[in-house]
Design a protein around this ligand. Structure first.
Ligand SMILES: [Zn+2]
Ligand SMILES: [Zn+2]
Length: 250
């Protein structure tokens, strides 16, 4: 493939956006007309304004569209002409759209929050339940791991020997854990709650809290979802994938 490809505005893409916008305005309108509480006015108003914005925004910044991945040729969908960090389902590369050109994201990119997704060995996992862990993280994690002992899954990962945020020499390790729902294997069986966890995550002195387990969406037109471990550093994520060799499957 060429190192750079182009986004094209597709009719299905535009229709999908207009349909979504109309649905948001319609739903917002219905809520506003029937609202009898302040919160409902807020929700209805937000939906209606959001719907209108979905139509106005593309007119201002231009429509996104679909185009072939410059690495593998799989079709990618971008919501605007310059959307960063699109995740290709075909080759798991990160791709940037810039003025409708698609090219590989820069390997040295580091985001403020964990964004770059890598597969885990747990293909049965689905929804992430608990809110993002914030206060006294390491205490929270320790408590969670203790109290949920029986239903904890520890990620059997090999960690690249570098801070998972900035790539400097590691000076400490951290644990991470999150509660999620596991879908049932049979019909009529309820979801079960489990804790997914990671330990020995390497950090330099300055960094901490740089990973996250979450459900992610690929940037293909179908918007397929998968369970992933997210990193702030793209190069660390790539190295993690090489070391562990897990995949999201076909
Ligand atoms: Zn690709
Ligand atoms: Zn660091």
């Amino acid at each position: 493939m060429a190192t750079e490809t182009r986004l094209a505005t597709s009719t299905t893409y535009v229709l999908k956006r207009i349909g979504l916008a109309a649905a948001a305005v319609g739903l917002g309108g219905i809520i506003l007309l029937n609202a009898d509480a302040f919160l409902l006015y807020v929700v209805g108003g937000a939906l209606a304004i959001g719907g209108v914005a979905m139509v106005i925004m593309p007119v201002v910044v231009g429509f996104g569209g679909i185009g072939p991945c410059p690495i593998c040729g799989s079709i990618l969908e971008s919501n605007d002409p310059s959307q960063k960090n699109l995740l290709c389902k075909g080759c798991t590369s990160y791709i940037d759209a810039e003025n409708k050109n698609l090219r590989k994201s820069s390997e040295d990119r580091i985001t403020q929050v964990p964004v770059f997704a890598a597969p885990t060995p747990w293909s049965d996992l689905r929804l992430v339940l608990s809110p993002t862990i914030a206060l006294s993280t390491q205490d929270y994690v320790a408590n969670l791991l203790m109290s949920k002992k029986g239903s904890v899954r520890m990620l059997p990962a090999q960690w690249p020997k570098a801070c998972c945020v900035c790539g400097k020499a590691p000076k400490k390790v951290e644990k991470y854990a999150r509660t999620i729902m596991v879908p049932p294997s049979g019909i009529g069986v309820r979801d079960t709650e489990t804790v997914v966890a990671a330990e020995d995550v390497p950090y330099c002195e300055a960094h901490s809290g740089g990973i996250q387990f979450d459900t992610i969406h690929f940037s293909n037109p179908e918007n397929d979802a998968a369970f992933a471990i997210l990193f702030r550093s793209l190069s660390y994520r790539n190295e993690f994938m090489r070391l562990n060799g897990w995949s999201w499957g076909a």
